[in-house]
Design a binder for this molecule. Structure first.
Ligand code: GDP
Ligand code: CA
Length: 314
């Protein structure tokens, strides 16, 4: 069995960890959003790739929600010595731990040598010994830009510097129109037995991934094998701005809003048991709907959710 999962960061990493644990004999492919990527302080950052990689390796910091466990922050302290005294070149809003810097030195130097992100990512995944194919959605630069009343913000400015506490009136993905799917991406969608849309942010994680030409239509062509999991539970995101972005951009802030965004792509939407009363509204949009516990930090839920997702497609 081949399982291909469309991924953002944290929600996707938890979903993938569950799928890998419950279906160890399946062939797993993760297609990961790269529109959060940027160059900050000269370093090439790929936050969603790192979240997935670190989580599957069991090396992530669960509580902080990003980066590596057991981190120290000496390089950042040293950086602030310079930026605080000059008052210029302020990079201190973006933190990278000392261990994490190793990852970033590797990625940055390999990209600078001309290696495509997919190749660099494969090298890093091999170094961690992870049993999956982890593909950036594209090797071309794409970047989510958020329109706000303070002007356009790059994704990390919005998410990290402003802590997503600004109103967003529009989202665009720069570079998407001229990007190509990374090698293997379309094939992984076309040949999967199940395509999982992870419980990631539909606007800024899954949206940019679908904006790369060819991907939306490839997923839509597999609609009956596509199972999406709602990141919205009881009208709220577990963490992050997904609920707020949905409402700011005119969507219903609920699993029904998620269903309407995915209606032409996914045959089935898995929603949280707490949203069971919404099943009929989801079905009215033309999706099959399964309600089950989906909060994967709760004991036993990851395993049951992974099984429910795969059963829904087979
Ligand atoms: P980011 O790139 O790190 O912001 O992460 P994603 O886009 O992958 O995921 C953010 C979304 O994941 C949030 O809307 C959360 O509600 C959702 N999420 C995180 N963990 C879980 C979980 O255990 N279950 C469900 N259903 N959603 C989750
Ligand atoms: Ca992300």
């Amino acid at each position: 069995m081949r399982i291909t999962t469309l991924c953002g960061g944290v929600g996707a990493a938890r979903m993938l960890r569950a799928l890998l644990t419950e279906f160890p004999d399946a062939e797993h492919v993760a297609i990961v959003n790269t529109a959060d990527d940027d160059v900050i302080g000269g370093l090439s950052i790929s936050p969603d790739i790192d979240t997935v990689m670190y989580t599957l390796a069991g090396a992530n910091d669960d509580e902080r929600g990003w980066g590596l466990a057991g981190e120290s922050w000496q390089a950042m302290e040293w950086l602030r010595r310079y930026t605080n005294s000059s008052g210029r070149h302020d990079l201190s809003w973006f933190n990278l731990g000392d261990r994490d810097l190793g990852t970033h030195l590797y990625r940055t130097s390999r990209l600078a040598e001309g290696a495509p992100l997919s190749e660099v990512t494969a090298e890093m995944v091999a170094a961690w010994g992870l049993p999956l194919l982890l593909l950036p959605v594209t090797d071309d630069p794409i970047a989510t830009v958020l329109r706000t009343d303070r002007g356009d913000l790059a994704f990390q400015e919005y998410f990290v510097r402003e802590q997503h506490a600004v109103e967003v009136t529009g989202v665009r993905v720069e570079g998407a129109d001229s990007a190509d799917p990374a090698p293997g991406v379309l094939n992984a969608i076309e040949t999967a037995d199940v395509v999982v849309v992870a419980p990631s942010n539909p606007i800024v994680s899954i949206g940019p991934l679908l904006a790369v030409p060819g991907i939306r239509s490839a997923v839509a062509a597999r609609r009956s094998a596509v199972v999406a999991v709602s990141p919205i539970i009881g009208g709220k995101a577990l963490k992050g701005p997904a609920d707020r972005l949905l409402s700011e951009l005119g969507h219903e802030t609920s699993a029904v809003g998620v269903a309407s965004i995915y209606a032409d792509l996914a045959g089935t939407l898995v929603i949280d048991e707490i949203d069971t009363p919404l099943i009929h509204q989801v079905e009215a949009l033309g999706l099959r709907c399964v309600a089950t516990p989906t909060i994967m930090s709760q004991p036993g839920v990851s395993a049951s959710l992974a099984r429910a997702v795969i059963e829904a497609a087979l």
